[in-house]
Design a protein around this ligand. Sequence first.
Ligand code: ATP
Ligand code: MG
Length: 561
Amino acid sequence: MRLSKYFVPTLKEVPNDAVVASHILMLRSGMVRMLSAGIYSFLPLGYRVIRKISEIIREEMDAIGGQEFHLPALNPKEVWEETNRVEAFGDIMFHIKNREYVLAPTHEEIMTYHARNVVKSYKDMPQIWYQIQTKFRNEPRPRSGVIRGRQFLMKDAYSFDISWEGLDKSYELHDKAYRKIFDRCGLKYFVVGASSGAMGGTGSEEFMVKSSAGEDTVAYCESCGYAANVEVATSRVDAVERDNESKSVYEISTPNVKSIDELCEFLKIEETQCAKSRVYIFDDKPILILMLGNDEVNETKLEKVLGGAVRPAHPDELKEISGADAGSIGPVGFKGRIIADNRLKDANNMFSGANKNDYHIGGIDFKRDIPTVEYADFRIVKSGEGCPNCERHLEVFPAIELGHIFKLGTKYSDSMKAFFTDEKGEEHPIIMGSYGIGVERVMACFIEQSHDANGIIWDKVIAPFHVHLIGLNLKKKEIVDACEEIYNRCYSEGIEVLYDDRDVTAGFKFNDADLLGMPIQVVVGEKKLKENKCEVKIRKTGERFDVELSELKNKIKELLV
Ligand code: ATP
Ligand code: MG
């Protein structure tokens, strides 16, 4: 492809509505343009990457026996009403104005609809059906470019089995295929899983990549692969050690001391000697939650422990509940249920609020002074804490979901009456799985992981082109001739070349080559050409070396292996 004729509108400036690296670079390199919030057009260069990723996905899906469909995005609403998902999706689902049709946000219903009509006997299964197709979701906050769009490409696959063991097998196949797909695309990913084991039904795994653009926060151990959403993650942290002797309780005047840090500073004590109080309302009743030092309450875990929704008490409720404002609340004399984080188990000689403004209490013995206290784990894990599964440490960071594999069980086959008959002629619901990959997210996440200050750094597999050929001073016939020859020879060998044949300055060409990020740059200039040589630059390492023109094709092939 010749850049002089190719539509690649690169930008020098960072577009001001773009914050994350992949979004900025996809706009700057002329690969996408926004049409409206969360709706993007792929321009020719960007679409080449989408096609390459899609091909890898197709090859790996076909390798596990997947059969490619192409379902309509425009769906009759009544099919979605069979599973009540028009209601479940709510505002996320786009409706066509006359309300008879919806735009599909996913395709469980439509695949189940087809299975119901044709997959009737145990002999018809297993089946794996997939497609790569546009999905529509009215995401409330589209952001980070194509990472969270209102229209996006998804590879969605569905498995149909006669038994839970069969589902386990289909699920395993997808797990392996997904690893191959993401490996081939050159992504560094990890898997957050909650496999339910033999009975299936609720097993699911999410394939994630670390990225500042992520909207999930995960705790990850690089050493053993432990990975969990922080909402459920645990860590290996020490509980406080009980002193041999318990002092008696005493009150201390602590004017204007509100936070744990201020308390430590004022009393010259350690964070690990303090029990921080948080008051929540559960079932219309106050509960005092005690955390060690500056540990934070994980409300998801807390709700799990309590078995229902909680809310923090409002500041104006606190005085009535405890007799003090936030910053002076504590367990001694607190009327109501008290639950402490496991790290405080049987602690003594602790400091906490006195339930009286500007006062704290020292010498608290949890066994003696708070006999009704209960213990549970509901702290938020932090980076650097011990991994719960091995001797190493956890890292906590934002991450993006690339793909998701999920054991659906009979959820859709039950509600849509997709039944099959077994060998004895008895009827059962088909056992299903569903498996998704966000195609644009694969592209954006690759860029998130592989770029520098100058631009994108493509890997040969999903790069739009393999080689970026730069002819300097194209007024010279010998340079044009050499470039033309390289260009033609590479194409005849299956090497994809983007040839910068534009009449612009060398600096402009070099900047664009780094921005667009093809793995190999070939520069043809007057001086080296006199020695029958050109210069090769490896985008990833910045390494440059001269190559004889006669050797160039072989050298490029060698570099692309
Ligand atoms: P998220 O939690 O990020 O919204 P999801 O759980 O809604 O994702 P699924 O319904 O499991 O996603 O869809 C399968 C895949 O489709 C996701 O793993 C993701 O890669 C992709 N995807 C989902 N929503 C979007 C979106 N709004 N824009 C781009 N890709 C998306
Ligand atoms: Mg979503």
